[in-house]
Structures are given as structure tokens and as C-alpha cells.
Design a protein around this ligand. Structure first.
Ligand code: NDP
Length: 286
């Protein structure tokens, strides 16, 4: 048994549910070839969604991706990048987008996201995003780090219905989105792209990878704690998961997480250590 491999976006396109993050990639020269190989292996293993941002290494992550995907047919990939909030208006959005495309050596993005909320009105960003769709430079757009109130405000601009994803922090140790944002997105037909799905290898939640329930469940599936953390998130169909891995070992493990389907009993065991809050909490961020 395995998780469903794709989610159907509101515009009818299929988005892979398991992808690859790239934050901090391309920043250390000595790791460059290992990172390129890791991304290429991930693509071979089906993790064809690659998430990046103009912010990551101020363009160096996008350059590294460009090198990794040089020989991959463009239509096989689903590339997501993000624009800085201060660039997300009439004055700069197209220029930022062109620069991202040129660093990656491609001529369109599959999704372009507003990285977080800044001073530029949502309406202006949405209008620019729509203009880029019409220009053929992006296939669709979304947002990141927006909580429910922000999402509702975006909807009120009249263009919010075109928003295809909200990329937010979500991992087993940080489940605030399950209270209201995730169900609202699901109901609205919007995907939730979970960043930091491994809690940054446990840095964001000390002890998570050695927690007794996580370890026991991992052992019984012949998986690792990291795979259990990814399998846990993949149980909800509108959730897309984008772990970052800089080594072949981690990439292989992450790709196999598609097969980590947890039972109701296992989910209950995880709930006892990592309960979802039953009250509203502000969106977690890094
Ligand atoms: P993750 O939760 O993906 O954790 C990455 C860490 O986990 C790295 O240290 C990696 O090590 C390690 N790791 C990867 N696979 C395994 C494994 N199988 N077993 C054990 N350790 C593993 O954190 P990120 O912060 O990178 O989040 C994922 C992606 O989400 C980012 O790369 C970025 O694309 C996006 N993001 C978006 C944000 C936003 O504001 N929109 C904010 C933060 C992230 P190694 O590299 O050595 O393999």
C-alpha cells in the first residue's frame, strides 16, 4: 500500500505530493556535487517537485537546481519558486521571476509563491501573478506563511480563487494547522505544502526522532523515524511534503516514505506524544 502520488490542483494539474526542498543548498562549494546528485537521484525516484526561492542563498539554490535539471525534460518537473514580499508588486515581480527563470535555465515555473506577507497589497500581488500566468511565465501561483485570516483576506481581493497552494510549516511536532487552516484549505480545494516536514532533522523539536512511539512505529514498518514523520503528513490528501536532503541516503529514504502508511492505532499513539491542539494557535514559522 502507498500514499496517493499526486494531488489535483484547482486548475486541473497534477502536483506530486512528495518533493524536494532546497533551502541552504548551493551555499557550500564542497557540498555542491553531492547536492546536485541528491536532487538528480530524487527526480529519478519520482520526487519531481522541486521547491526553491529567490531568497535561498540569494539565487545560489536556483543556480544549483539549474545545473541539476539541465538534462531533464522540462515537462517531467514541477518547479516551485518564491518571490520576496518586497519584490511582489508591479515594480519588481516580473524582474524577480525572470531572474529566477534565468538562474534555473527554464522558461516557466509550475508555481510561483509569495514567500510571506509584506507591505504590498495582496490585490497587487495577485494581479501581477495573473499577468505572469497570461504571459506564460508561470502555470499558476500561491502563497506561503499565510494563516487563515490572511487567506480569507486574499480571497476577498476577488483573485484569491486562483491561489493554488499555501506553503506553511507543518510537521509531527507542530500540528497547529490541523485545527483550522488545513481543513479550510482542503474545503477550498487549495493544497497545503508542508515545509520543515522533518522538523529540520529534529532541530525544531528536540527528541522527536528518538521518541519511543516514532521509533517503535518506524521499526514495525522497517522504516526510519524520518520516514514515519513524512508518512504521517502524507495521510491528508491535500498535503504536499517537501523534505530537503543533501545526500543519496536521505533522498532514498524520503522517496520510500510514500510506502509509509500509518494505521489508525499508530496515529493514535503519535497523538499521545504529539497532540494536535484543540484550540487556535498562530501559524508556526522558522
Ligand atoms: P526539513 O524538515 O526538510 O529538514 C531538512 C534536514 O533534514 C536536513 O538537515 C537534512 O539533512 C535532514 N534530512 C533529510 N532527509 C532525512 C532523512 N531521511 N533522515 C534524517 N535526516 C534527514 O527542513 P527544511 O527547512 O529544509 O524544509 C524543507 C524545505 O521547505 C526547504 O528546504 C525549503 O525548500 C522549504 N521551506 C520553506 C519555507 C518558507 O518560508 N516557505 C521555510 C523553510 C523551508 P541533509 O541535508 O544532510 O540530507
Amino acid at each position: 500500500m502507498e500514499h496517493k502520488r499526486t494531488y489535483t490542483l484547482k486548475d486541473g494539474r497534477e502536483i506530486p505530493r512528495l518533493g524536494q526542498g532546497t533551502w541552504y543548498m548551493g551555499e557550500d562549494r564542497s557540498r555542491r556535487s553531492a547536492e546536485i546528485e541528491a536532487l538528480q537521484l530524487g527526480i529519478e525516484l519520482g520526487m519531481t517537485l522541486i521547491d526553491t526561492a529567490e531568497m535561498y542563498g540569494e539565487g545560489r539554490a536556483e543556480k544549483l537546481i539549474g545545473e541539476a535539471i539541465r538534462d531533464v525534460p522540462r515537462e517531467k518537473l514541477f518547479i516551485v519558486s518564491k518571490v520576496y514580499p518586497h519584490n511582489a508588486g508591479r515594480r519588481n515581480l516580473e524582474r524577480s521571476l525572470d531572474a529566477s527563470l534565468s538562474r534555473m535555465g527554464i522558461d516557466y515555473l509550475d508555481l510561483y509563491l509569495l514567500h510571506w506577507r509584506g507591505g504590498i497589497p495582496f490585490r497587487e500581488t495577485a494581479e501581477e501573478m495573473e499577468r505572469m500566468v497570461r504571459a506564460g511565465k508561470i502555470k499558476g501561483w500561491g502563497v506561503s506563511n499565510l494563516d487563515l485570516d490572511d487567506m480569507k483576506e486574499l480571497m476577498d481581493t476577488g483573485l484569491g480563487e486562483h491561489c493554488l497552494t499555501d506553503q506553511v510549516l507543518y510537521h509531527l511536532g507542530s500540528r497547529g494547522v490541523e485545527y483550522d487552516l488545513q481543513p479550510w484549505l482542503e474545503q477550498s480545494g487549495i493544497s497545503l505544502m508542508a515545509y520543515c516536514p522533518l522538523a529540520e532533522a529534529g532541530l525544531l523539536r528536540q527528541g522527536i526522532m528518538s521518541n519511543e512511539a516514532v521509533v517503535r512505529i518506524a521499526q514495525s514498518h522497517d522504516m526510519t523515524p524520518a520516514q514515519v514523520m513524512l508518512g504521517f503528513l502524507l495521510r491528508k490528501e491535500n498535503v504536499i511534503v517537501i523534505p530537503k536532503a543533501g545526500s543519496a541516503k536521505h533522498v532514498r529514504e524520503n522517496a520510500r516514505a510514500m510506502e509509509c502508511v500509518l494505521t489508525e492505532e499508530e496515529l493514535r499513539a503519535l497523538d499521545t506524544f504529539f497532540p494536535a491542539p484543540d484550540y487556535p494557535t498562530p501559524l508556526d514559522v522558522v
